[in-house]
Write a protein that binds this ligand. Structure first.
Ligand SMILES: [Zn+2]
Ligand SMILES: [Zn+2]
Length: 163
């Protein structure tokens, strides 16, 4: 990722380098807050002694620049904010995510098996389909065993699950 940025004439400052490293090494997509925390490990909001290498807005802008350049992709797990991870070629091996709606744990899966669907849709619509996004939601094995108390509420003596 570093090489592409340099070739495009972007200045790669130390904080930007740290962001690229965080995105290259992460096994889970990271939110802007998480990226910010990784690049500013010693920063405590409100503490004047601690230094902020790069602020949230700059992290956000840089992450979106990487998305525009096709180096990083944005995913959204129905939590109201984006997460970022390295882009991969969809013609080769690539992964998608399965998300636990209870504890927000994210797991990768490979083999999305969409070729039949893609071909049928291309035939039906005349589109040439180039890429896809696929996130699956459910409840992970741990949460199935230990349902969180705050996701259930009793109403009239019955227990009902609350989304
Ligand atoms: Zn879970
Ligand atoms: Zn896929």
């Amino acid at each position: 990722m570093l090489g592409v940025l340099k070739d495009d004439g972007y200045r790669v400052t130390a904080p930007r380098r740290a962001l690229l490293r965080a995105l290259a090494e992460t096994t889970e997509p990271l939110s802007v807050q998480e990226l910010h925390a990784q690049v500013n490990p010693d920063y405590k909001p409100g503490d004047e002694e601690s230094e902020e290498e790069i602020n949230l807005v700059t992290v956000y802008r840089f992450a979106n620049l990487l998305v525009e350049m096709g180096l990083v992709r944005r995913v959204e797990f129905g939590q109201g904010y984006y997460r970022y991870e390295r882009e991969e070629s969809q013609t080769g091996p690539h992964h998608h995510h399965i998300v636990c709606r209870q504890c927000n744990r994210v797991e990768d899966f490979h083999g999305c098996d969409l070729q039949g669907l893609t071909e049928r849709l291309e035939g039906d619509t005349g589109f040439r389909i180039e890429r896809h996004q696929l996130e699956l939601y459910g409840v992970c094995p741990q949460c199935l065993e230990n349902p969180a108390p705050d996701t259930r509420r009793t109403s009239g003596g019955r227990t009902v699950a609350v989304e």
